[in-house]
Design a protein around this ligand. Structure first.
Ligand SMILES: C[S@@+](CC[C@H](N)C(=O)[O-])C[C@H]1O[C@@H](n2cnc3c(N)ncnc32)[C@H](O)[C@@H]1O
Length: 252
């Protein structure tokens, strides 16, 4: 996949190579941190529509995105919605919607997040257990207003539905419909298990649940939780395994 798909493209037009090279150079030189500084991000959050270029801002790399696209293709013939648990700035949800568009498919994507970072009590517990070292402000440089403005600008407000709040409060209501693909990307074990167990009964036969960070060194609790989920549900699992980056679990 061309690199610009990950870095972002200008809204409503073809990619501009010099802009993509600029992002590339910034990333490689480390200066990208300047544009990711809290002040810059707050400015962007306050007035996203003033920025001509909306970056897709996915946390997945190209390999992870390819895995996600492959899974979306595998469930293409099934009816149902897509749910993403942990969406941050909606980067992956937007790229997935674009992938579906390219394939002539329109499928609602529900993108759930606090849009304010992790649950503090859960993060403290996981850090206390030595399973991560991420800081309190991880994934806080976003907001519901920001992603709504971004979707409007990208003309995706009818396809992607951001749902704000902690999963415990939001996911049960979203799960009142059939789900064909669930992407669980929320890093911390209790939240992951809650999402997986809540969605599993609503996952269509042949539907797929995918997890990020199975091999991550930043979140050491992910692998044991995915393994436990698979072990608990083996009799209803048709296939499961690690792709290039994502771990998938396909329901019978
Ligand atoms: C790795 S980021 C998601 C990245 C996104 N999937 C992407 O590919 O761009 C993890 C997200 O999970 C969210 N999150 C973690 N635990 C949560 C919870 N219990 N309720 C709501 N959001 C949560 C965080 O706010 C954070 O934005």
């Amino acid at each position: 996949m061309p690199h610009y798909l990950h870095l972002g493209v200008p809204v409503g037009g073809p990619p501009i190579p010099c802009l993509e090279r600029f992002f590339d150079l910034m990333t490689k030189s480390g200066s990208i941190r300047k544009t990711a500084s809290p002040t810059f991000q707050r400015l962007k959050l306050m007035c996203p529509v003033l920025f001509r270029f909306v970056r897709y801002e996915s946390s997945l790399d190209e390999i992870g995105l390819l895995d996600l696209y492959e899974l979306a293709d595998r469930v293409a013939s099934l009816p149902g919605v897509i749910i993403e648990c942990g969406s941050y700035r909606l980067g992956s949800a937007i790229l997935l919607a674009r992938h579906n568009e390219r394939r002539g498919r329109i499928r609602p994507i529900f993108a759930l997040d606090s849009f304010a970072g992790f649950r503090r009590d859960e993060l403290d517990r996981v850090r206390g257990a030595g399973l991560t070292e991420v800081s309190d402000d991880s994934f806080t440089l976003t907001s519901f207003e920001y992603v709504v403005a971004k979707l409007r600008k990208l003309k995706l407000a009818d396809t992607i539905f951001p749902v704000e709040g902690f999963f415990e409060d939001t996911l049960p209501a979203v799960c009142d419909r059939e789900v064909v693909l669930a992407f669980v990307d929320c890093d911390l074990e209790d939240s992951m298990m809650f999402c997986a167990e809540t969605i599993w009964p609503r996952l269509a036969s042949g539907g797929i649940m995918a997890f990020d960070d199975y091999t991550s060194r930043a979140f050491l609790g992910v692998k044991p939780i995915v393994d436990a989920f698979v072990a608990d549900n083996l009799e209803n699992i048709a296939n499961h395994g690690l792709m290039r980056r994502l771990y998938y679990v396909e329901k019978h």
